[in-house]
Design a protein around this ligand. Structure first.
Ligand code: SF4
Length: 180
C-alpha cells in the first residue's frame, strides 16, 4: 500500500504543538512506519513541493503576511489539512494581542516606560507594522480536521495521525480532548 505523504509547518505560536507531537515518544516510530514524511520545520525540507502531500499539519495562527502565504500554500498543496492546537483553531495565545491597540502599545513601550528616554520616538521600522488582528486558520483557509488544546495531547495527535495515515477521518472525543 502506498504510504500517505505528510508535511507539517508552523505559523504564529510557540512551537509547543510540535513539541507535543514529539512527546508521542516511541509511537512516533509507528507513525513513521505508516507515512512518507516529506517536510517539517525541523527537517531540511521546510515546505511540501508543488506535487503536494496527502496530509498537512499546521500549528499557529495568522500573525502576518508571511504566515498567510504559508497557510495558503499549505492549503493548495495538502489534500487534508489539520489545524493543530488552539492558536490554529481559534487564534489562541497570539490572538490575545487582539484585545490591545497595537499602535498605542508600541508608542507606550517606546516613550512611556521607565527604561525609555522620555524624548524617544517610535522608529519607522516595517517590522513594527504588524496587522491589527491575529486570525485563526479557519478564517483564511478551509480546515478539514481541528485538534484543539494548548498544546493538544500527544494521545490526541497520535490518534489523528494514525487514523489519517490509515485513510480514516479521526473522531476526537473524551480524554483525547481533556487531558490537562
Ligand atoms: S496552541 Fe499552545 S502550544 Fe500550540 S503553538 Fe499555540 S501556544 Fe503553543
Amino acid at each position: 500500500m502506498t504510504k500517505p505523504k505528510v508535511a507539517s509547518d508552523w505559523l504564529a505560536g510557540c512551537s509547543g504543538c510540535h513539541m507535543s507531537l514529539l512527546d508521542m515518544d516511541e509511537r512516533l516510530l509507528d507513525i513513521i512506519d505508516l507515512v512518507d514524511l516529506r517536510a517539517t520545520p525541523i527537517t531540511d525540507l521546510k515546505h511540501p513541493d508543488k506535487d503536494g502531500v496527502d496530509v498537512g499539519i499546521l500549528e499557529g495562527g495568522i500573525n502576518n503576511s508571511a504566515n498567510l502565504a504559508v497557510a495558503k500554500m499549505m492549503r493548495e498543496r495538502c489534500k487534508i489539512l489539520v489545524a493543530l492546537g488552539d492558536c490554529a483553531v481559534f487564534g489562541g495565545v497570539p490572538a490575545m494581542r487582539n484585545f490591545f491597540d497595537l499602535d498605542e502599545t508600541v508608542r507606550y513601550v517606546y516613550t512611556q516606560t521607565m527604561s525609555m528616554d522620555k524624548e524617544a520616538i517610535v522608529p519607522k521600522d516595517p517590522e513594527l507594522a504588524v496587522p491589527q488582528r491575529v486570525q485563526a486558520l479557519s478564517e483564511v483557509i478551509k480546515v478539514d480536521v481541528f485538534v484543539p488544546g494548548c498544546p493538544p495531547s500527544p494521545d490526541a495527535i497520535y490518534h489523528v495521525l494514525s487514523e489519517l495515515a490509515q485513510g480514516r477521518l479521526p473522531n476526537l472525543t473524551g480524554n483525547l480532548l481533556d487531558w490537562h
